[in-house]
Write a protein that binds this ligand. Structure first.
Ligand SMILES: [Zn+2]
Length: 331
């Protein structure tokens, strides 16, 4: 839905989705532009769906625009729909689709109090500071993303020992997608799904992040809408029947949980993968080469090593090229 063929900017990554016009949603009712919050007047959790944490990940914007056009309102608790990095999205250009990921810095690395309450300034920090009071009142958060490579959808469930387990449990109850990931976070800064109580296993508040597939493939929009509907139905924000009647996809027949154990970091610009990987490939035997960087060979550390979001797109010495994971709970 909402899709049509645009000229491909890269043969392997055609732009199949059309970015929606979100300007009608600028004036929200939550005191922050592009944030819409609806109170049912009945007891229940505060549930939030965010799109456009990264400005070029347009499937989430399509899903939120669709939910708003369907006039979704909560039947219990409070529902907030937020377009995240709207300034980056305003720079979206299908002829240069990677450029609008962010303006000054990655909006998904600024959610620690050290950054939010510090003195540093950026377009992303300003937006995060405006959104933080809302985020801090949310019980269940779904953050909608997509990926650089054509990988099947992944639910990123936060960090091992820091809320990752409760997020994985929520994803199991939602029933999509097939691959759930608990990782080790990013050294560059906290993601929204790790902020405050979301990252505390002792508290109930829970956040999950869906990677819907390749940024601009048609199916990413279906995954975004489907996941949002299942999330809203499961949390009780919307009527389950209303949601079921609109779900574009079937639930996943099985789900597996992958724990990220380590990252492979490029040392030089010569870093290359052994072959083309899209992500979630399983390297059967420990010791099999995964990538090379000059004389260095990176090998699978254990049998059935899973490659998590491999990409050469941001190759730079010191940058993570792929994370390696272990399947801990196959169905
Ligand atoms: Zn993203």
């Amino acid at each position: 839905m909402n899709s049509a063929k645009h000229p491909a900017t890269a043969a392997e990554r055609p732009i199949e989705l059309v970015a929606p016009d979100i300007s009608p949603y600028r004036d929200g009712n939550a005191g922050v532009d592009y944030v819409h919050s609806f109170d049912s007047g009945k007891p229940g959790p505060h549930v939030m769906v965010q799109a456009l944490t990264h400005g070029n990940e347009i499937c989430g914007a399509i899903a939120l625009e669709w939910l708003l056009s369907e006039k979704v309102v909560p039947i219990a608790g409070r529902l907030t729909l937020a377009f995240g990095n709207v300034e980056a999205f305003a720079r979206w250009d299908p002829s240069d689709p990677d450029r609008s990921r962010y303006c000054d810095e990655d909006f998904n690395r600024v959610w620690g109090d050290d950054a939010l309450r510090g003195t540093r300034d950026s377009i992303e920090l300003r937006r995060a500071r405006a959104l933080a009071p809302i985020v801090d009142s949310v019980d269940y958060l779904l953050d909608i993303h997509s990926m650089h490579e054509a990988c099947r959808p992944i639910m990123v469930c936060g960090v091992t020992g820091k809320g990752g387990e409760k997020s994985a449990e929520l994803s199991r109850r939602i029933g999509v997608p097939g691959d759930l990931l608990v990782d080790t976070g990013h050294p560059a800064g906290l993601r929204m799904i790790e902020r405050g109580a979301f990252g505390d296993p002792a508290q109930q508040r829970t956040a999950i992040l869906i990677e819907c597939g390749q940024h601009w493939e048609r199916s990413a929009a279906d995954v975004a809408i489907d996941t949002a509907l299942r999330f809203l139905a499961h949390t009780g924000a919307v009527d389950a029947q209303w949601a079921r009647a609109r779900m574009p996809l079937a639930p996943s027949p099985r789900q597996q949980l992958i724990h990220v154990t380590e990252a492979v970091v490029a040392r030089t610009m010569q870093f290359r993968f052994e072959r083309v990987f899209a992500g979630l490939e399983v390297i059967e035997s420990a010791g099999e080469p995964i990538a090379r960087d000059g004389d260095t060979v990176f090998r699978a550390p254990y049998d059935n090593t899973v490659l998590v979001m491999p990409s050469l797109a941001h190759l730079k010495p010191g940058t993570t090229m792929v994370r390696l994971g272990r399947i801990v709970a196959p169905d």
